[in-house]
Write a protein that binds this ligand. Structure first.
Ligand code: E4P
Length: 225
């Protein structure tokens, strides 16, 4: 399962893009509102940090069909071919998704809260559908099961649309989604860190260093070769 970073914070993007094997960055209007300022310059800076080959998902802010299509084309023109236009799962969104997909523009149908929405988005030609795992959990639904159901539908149909699972609050949710066979997940910085950090890893590393130093002092293996 590909991992994408769910933030517009430049420091976090620089850090995770350097150290973690992320394949891109996702944003939404709420995420961008946290950064404020010249948001177009900010998005260009994100593109500069991650380079031209990684995915950058940017949500449309228009709500009418013609305006969504126009804005989507402007997004791709401004931020490059590896930009995916996020469009919410509505009737107008489906129509725009079909138009844009037919023209070869990658669409991520977002705010997906049901398998029915995902099925329609896939039929409209979406590159990705983004089911909101923890928002489902918060309305007493099973977010992971919904992702699993969507994956089963896509597998049965043999369609190319991938799941980009979103809205995670715990690292465990990410693992459970990975077990469904979902193609990608977008994860915020705090949850991404939790996937890696482990106190026993830290104590193991400290133990290796102490044992080595006791036997060989400050010399490194490389310095002895
Ligand atoms: C992707 O970018 C989604 O918009 C995002 O994961 C939603 O997350 P939230 O439910 O924590 O706002």
């Amino acid at each position: 399962m590909k991992l994408i970073l769910d933030t517009a914070n430049l420091d976090d993007i620089r850090y995770f893009n350097t150290y973690y094997p992320i394949v891109g960055v996702t944003t939404n209007p709420t995420i961008l509102s946290r950064e404020g300022g010249d948001i177009v310059a900010h998005l260009h800076e994100i593109r500069k940090i991650i380079g031209d080959e990684k995915e950058l998902h940017i949500q449309v802010t228009e709500t009418e069909y013609e305006a969504i299509v126009k804005e989507a084309k402007m997004i791709v023109k401004a931020f490059g071919k590896k930009s995916f236009v996020k469009i919410p799962a509505t009737d107008i969104g489906l129509r725009a998704t079909k138009t844009l997909s037919d023209e070869g523009i990658g669409v991520t149908v977002t705010a997906v809260l049901s398998a029915g929405q995902a099925l329609l988005a896939a039929n409209a030609g979406a590159a990705y559908v983004a089911p909101y795992v923890s928002r489902l959990e918060n309305i007493c639904e099973n977010g992971v099961e919904t992702v699993a159901e969507i994956q089963q539908i896509f597998d049965a149909a043999g369609c190319d649309t991938e799941i980009l699972a979103a809205s995670f609050k715990t690292a465990r949710e990410v693992l459970e989604v990975a077990l469904t066979g979902a193609g990608a997940a977008t994860v915020a910085a705090d949850v991404m860190k939790k996937l890696l950090s482990h106190t026993t890893t830290d104590t193991s590393i400290a133990g290796f260093a102490a044992d080595w130093e006791k036997a060989f002092g400050k010399r490194t293996l490389g310095s002895m070769l």
